[in-house]
Design a protein around this ligand. Sequence first.
Ligand code: FES
Length: 449
Amino acid sequence: SVNTGNWTSESIHSLVDAEQGKIDPRIYTDQELYELELERVFGRSWLLLGHESHVPKKGDYLTTYMGEDPVVMVRQRDGSIKVFHNQCRHRGMRICRADCGNAKAFTCTYHGWAYDTAGKLVNVPFEEEAFPSDFKKEDWGPLQARVEIYKGLVFANWDPEAPDLLTYLSDATPYMDTMLDRSEAGTEVIGTMQKWVIPCNWKFAAEQFAGDMYHAATTSHLAAVVAGLPEDQDLSVFQPHMKGHQFLSEWGGHGCGFYLDTARGSVRVGPLVDKYYSEGPAFEKAKERLESKMPYHRMGASHMTIFPNCSFLPYGMNTVRTWHPKGPNQIEVWAFVIVDKDAPQEIKDELARQNVRTFSAGGVYEQDDGENWVEIQSALRGYKSKTAPLAMQMGLNVQGKNNPEFPGQTSYVFSEDVARGFYSHWVRMMSESSWDTLRPQPATTATVK
Ligand code: FES
């Protein structure tokens, strides 16, 4: 275990008061808490690395991160996917320095140790001449992570004791399926991995995508919608939408929010994509597949986070991203776009174009969100800013907003139930060292209100 500095289980618990709806801003800035997050949150959670279609052929690889640890995700000869630490066991150089590609082996560029695509050390220059006779190559392969796939999305976990991915996802899967399981053909990636830096703590982004529809009407998203409209458009139709729900997973701090009875992505994604997601054969097929789980046809624009740092926007935005932490004050966003594999090519092309316009490195909506997080992080450099608790009380003890038509516990669309659940799970991960108390058990799954 790493040195946790001044933080004890009790002091970590005091940072988030879910019952009173208060949060200590130091969770976004403290270096010691961040070091503990790398061990206890990122070292033990299932983390999104990419999509199966990033590595379709044997030898295809993608380099990415688990927390701050570089990793390589590689398609194996038997069709499975392995993920190993992208660090040579000799003196610590990266094994693979490219973003992605196809390889038969990976050779460290420092002294030439070579690893096969499964991460096994297979060649050491001058092994016979320079190394002791009892040197064993099999002892010096890179660390391997556990890998599991949920409907195309590839997750990995360092912790052998962590629950399997399906248990970890808890009751969040029906909401994931609204993007991943619309067609029996599944999904595929279109375009490239986009990467950009935002000087903010990773939790601002993850929490917003988990449970914050509240910001949409104020954070200039409406201006971004208007900017994409024809000049003669009647703007009175774009009033803030008031109907919808937030979903909080029974275990794990995952969250999803969605509007009800409104156009899917409406004008955000352009008429062609909007039509594909709102009517016609693809929509009817998705409805047939998903309607037994929830009234899919009523769901509109939506946001979701799988704890800790995997987020996406279903319904025609289809951006999927990992908020890679880079210290307490910075993230790298790695985002890609997925689409129904059997969608017509013109939809795939248009969706890729619309993504560039909306949620991408240069997307107008993306700038709106990022600017808020950057400003908050900047303010939190101050002493007073760090000492005044932040309010997280929206929806606290508000009854009667649950909708039994939708699976799991839901609340009104403008609510911080999910934020309280997200941070309560963060506290548990940070303060409890054993999976004996952390793993989901019916007796311990409390409703966070
Ligand atoms: Fe990789 Fe020396 S650091 S071969």
